[in-house]
Design a binder for this molecule. Structure first.
Ligand SMILES: Cc1ncc(COP(=O)(O)O)c(C=O)c1O
Length: 375
């Protein structure tokens, strides 16, 4: 193909993306990336640095992308309640969930075959992780869809099973924004079971809840062993920029020794991975600091509250956690197919009606207004 024709094809795709990016109200995907260091990123992409392995667990060279990733993870680990935690930049929370459950299985297997417990509404990557790892998964009942996972539900599920327990708490379920009750879960586990592992899937709510809640949902609870969340969702950053963090040295449970041909060890799921993304993430976080991220969060929550006011005036029922960028509303009648497609929203049929989920980002104000007009 001629270069000119290829460029024409690409131009069409770019045009479509520009238009679509402002309409994806039903997907937790930032419409516009916020990167204050584009020029440096372009340069680094050219030289293609590789950050294989976990930088918080190795010596890093001066002036390297690895060193910047280590500083990034250390900073985030401090924000998330354990400055000693290890971690790395992942492909996203699917990988983060597989990592959490993999480490948990290796940690607990000496006490018997662990069971995994998660909410019915938890992300399908938990099912995926359990299938890959041959772990038995127990979920809450469908009728409890609005009740966060808590100690009482855990007790019902565990019953008299005498097996190690891996619990996944979701910090913001994808379709409802509901936050599992980590305090109740960790208290229940601590008081009733000896061999436990608590993993937080904070893919959507990680930054919102941890940076702004006075009641922390992070490593400050001693039962929490690992956390995943995504900068390619509410860090308004590129794919792939997930963050996986776990207690110091837990990753030694899954280490792959590859020093036969490279003098490095790999204690992650994917092997080679970008050094550019972590370096530019580091730059943006240093530039924004916690204050900049909180300002951004406040802006998004303000947009959400305007939308909620409109829902109330239209007498539309909804649920929304105060600190989550998500609204889930119910309609008696389904939104027409073409409108669902236009805004990339989809419905789940629940006893309460047709249930829709909207994710809030700074750039969507016109699309929210237009969607509301069509209700
Ligand atoms: C709660 C939750 N966990 C995990 C994931 C998976 O994240 P990713 O697609 O980045 O792997 C998502 C994606 O939306 C999610 O909402």
């Amino acid at each position: 193909m001629k270069k000119r024709d290829i460029k024409t094809e690409l131009k069409k795709v770019i045009k479509r993306e520009v238009k679509a990016s402002k309409m994806r109200l039903g997907i937790p995907q930032p419409p516009l990336i916020q990167n204050h260091f584009l020029r440096e990123m372009t340069k680094l992409l050219r030289y293609n640095p590789n950050n294989i392995g976990t930088t918080t667990r190795m010596m890093t060279s001066e002036d390297s992308c690895r060193k910047l990733e280590k500083r990034l993870i250390k900073k985030l680990a401090g924000w998330f309640g354990d400055p000693d935690a290890d971690g790395y930049v992942t492909s996203g929370s699917t990988e983060g969930n597989i990592m959490g459950l993999w480490i948990a299985r290796e940690e607990l297997k000496k006490y018997g075959k662990p069971i995994v417990i998660a909410h019915k509404e938890s992300h399908y990557s938990i099912d995926k992780a359990c299938r890959i790892l041959d772990l038995e998964l127990f979920k809450t009942n469908t009728e409890n869809w609005k009740e966060p996972l808590n100690g009482k539900l855990l007790k019902e599920i565990i019953g008299d099973k005498k097996r190690p327990v891996i619990c996944v708490a979701t910090i913001g379920h994808t379709s409802t924004g509901i936050i599992d009750d980590v305090l109740s879960i960790s208290n229940y586990l601590k008081e009733n079971h000896k061999h436990i592992y608590l993993h937080l899937d904070a893919a959507i709510g990680g930054l919102f809840v941890t940076l702004t809640e006075s009641q922390k949902i992070d490593f400050s609870r001693t039962e929490v062993q690992s956390i995943t969340f995504d900068f390619h969702k509410y860090g308004l950053f590129y794919y792939p920029s997930g963050i996986f963090m776990c207690r110091k040295d837990l990753q030694s449970k899954i280490i792959n020794k590859i020093d036969e041909y490279v003098s490095i060890f790999d204690d992650t799921l994917i092997g080679s991975r970008s050094g550019t993304i972590p370096a530019i993430m580091w730059a943006n976080i240093e530039y924004l600091e916690k204050r900049g991220l909180i300002d951004r969060i406040d802006h998004i929550i303000k947009n959400k509250n305007i939308f909620i006011k409109e829902l109330v005036s239209k007498k539309v029922r909804y649920i929304s956690e105060e600190r989550m960028p998500v609204v889930c509303f119910f309609l008696d009648k389904k939104i027409p197919d073409n409108t669902e497609l236009k805004y990339r929203i989809h419905h789940i049929k629940r006893p309460e009606g047709y249930c829709y989920t909207i994710f809030f980002f700074p750039e969507y104000s016109d699309s929210y207004t237009n969607l509301l007009k069509s209700l």
